[in-house]
Every structure is written in structure tokens, then in C-alpha cells.
Design a protein. Structure first.
Length: 221
């Protein structure tokens, strides 16, 4: 193996990350927000929210790999790119985030509180936050940019930005491309945030009804 640093964020599947974690070979860093972490998180993970993420003071542990994760893998990849720009090397992010972790059957921890409190919080907080919250908490607020300034910079009406921030309007493909160009993210980053949030809302609203009404087709004969 050469000593050349990786120039892109490496990806690792949840199975590999679970094996590393069980062998205590990694520091697993959760880049979601505190409200998300409090609802549910992977045991042993370190919380470093994107809204306060600072690559300059990111921990360096030569004896361990650093693996980043978020809800579905988009924010962790973005955080990894920030670390690469700061000079960090061998940055890994977990594909699919905590959602893929749970889908694989791996355990998570919940905040210890009264069951009624957990039920109420679960209704209020989504594991996949809306794009407007990510935009405000992880980009506008840390960078000191107003909605008006962003709208001017990307060539849209201010209302287009404020509607997204308020959750009154979804992020479409054109706006996703404009955000991506300005913030140097992947072109589909913002529209994927919207899709994952919409899917989660739909699961909360219709998931059980759909499971009851539709029987999976198991044979195509």
C-alpha cells in the first residue's frame, strides 16, 4: 500500500462498519443534529453536528479509522469532503446512514425518558429532516448568510428560499442544482434530502395502512 492520501471520500457499507465497530477499530462520528441524535443513535458514536462542524479541530486518532455517518449518507459525505479540503486523509463515510444500519437489523439506542415523552418526540422530530432545516442549520446560520442574500446569489426570488426554509415548498430539481452550485454539493444532494424526508413522512402517515392493505407478491408465475 502506498502512502498517497485518498483524494475522495471513501464509502463503507454498514456491515463493514459494524465489524470495525465491534472490533473497536474505528471512531464512529454522527454528523446529524442534536435533536436527531437524542431520538435515536448508534451506541458508541460521537456526536459532531454539521451545524457546528469544524474541520480545523476535528479529532485525529492515528490508531483508529474515522467513519462519518448521518441519516441517509448525504451529510456524512459532505462532511467528509470538508475534511479532505482541510487536509485530512482516508476519510470514510457510511453509505445509507443510520437508516441502512437499522434496515440491516443492527441495534440503536434511544433517549431514556418517559414513554409518553418518547412518543411525543417521535411525532415532532424526523430522522430525515426537511431540506429547509438542513439549509438553515448547516449552511445559512454557520456561514452568516440570509435568505435574501442566498436568493440573490442563486438567481431566484427570496420567497423561493423562505418557503423552503419554512417547509412550505419542496426542493425541486432546478433549485437543487442552484443550491448545489452555490454550496459546492452534489447536484442531487438537496433533492435527495427532500425525497428522504417525504418518504419518511409518508411512512408515518400511510405506512401501517399500506402494510395492512397490500400483500407483497412473492411469485411471478
Amino acid at each position: 500500500m502506498s502512502g498517497k492520501a485518498h483524494t475522495k471520500v471513501q464509502a463503507a457499507e454498514v456491515k463493514q462498519v459494524k465489524e470495525w465497530l465491534d472490533r473497536n477499530e474505528i471512531l464512529l462520528v454522527d454528523v446529524r443534529e442534536t435533536s436527531e441524535y437524542e431520538v435515536e443513535h448508534i451506541a458508541g458514536s460521537l456526536l459532531l453536528p454539521m451545524s457546528t462542524f469544524d474541520p480545523e479541530v476535528f479529532p485525529s486518532l492515528p490508531e483508529k479509522k474515522i467513519v462519518l455517518h448521518c441519516a441517509v449518507g448525504k451529510r456524512s459525505e459532505a462532511a467528509g469532503k470538508m475534511l479532505l479540503k482541510e487536509g485530512h486523509s482516508d476519510i470514510i463515510h457510511m453509505t445509507g446512514g443510520i437508516e441502512s444500519w437499522k434496515a440491516a437489523g443492527y441495534a440503536t439506542e434511544f433517549q431514556i425518558s418517559h414513554p409518553k415523552d418518547q412518543e411525543d418526540k417521535a411525532k415532532r422530530v424526523f430522522l430525515c429532516p426537511p431540506p429547509g432545516k438542513v439549509l438553515q442549520d448547516e449552511y445559512l446560520t454557520p456561514l452568516g448568510i440570509s435568505a435574501e442574500e442566498l436568493a440573490r446569489a442563486i438567481g431566484v426570488l427570496e420567497g423561493s428560499v423562505t418557503d423552503v426554509l419554512a417547509g412550505n415548498s419542496p426542493v425541486g430539481v432546478e433549485l437543487s442544482l442552484r443550491f448545489a452550485r452555490y454550496f459546492s454539493t452534489a447536484g442531487d444532494f438537496w433533492v435527495h434530502l427532500q425525497l428522504e424526508h417525504d418518504l419518511e413522512r409518508a411512512r408515518h402517515s400511510f405506512g401501517e395502512q399500506i402494510r395492512q392493505e397490500i400483500k407483497p407478491r412473492t411469485s411471478f408465475v
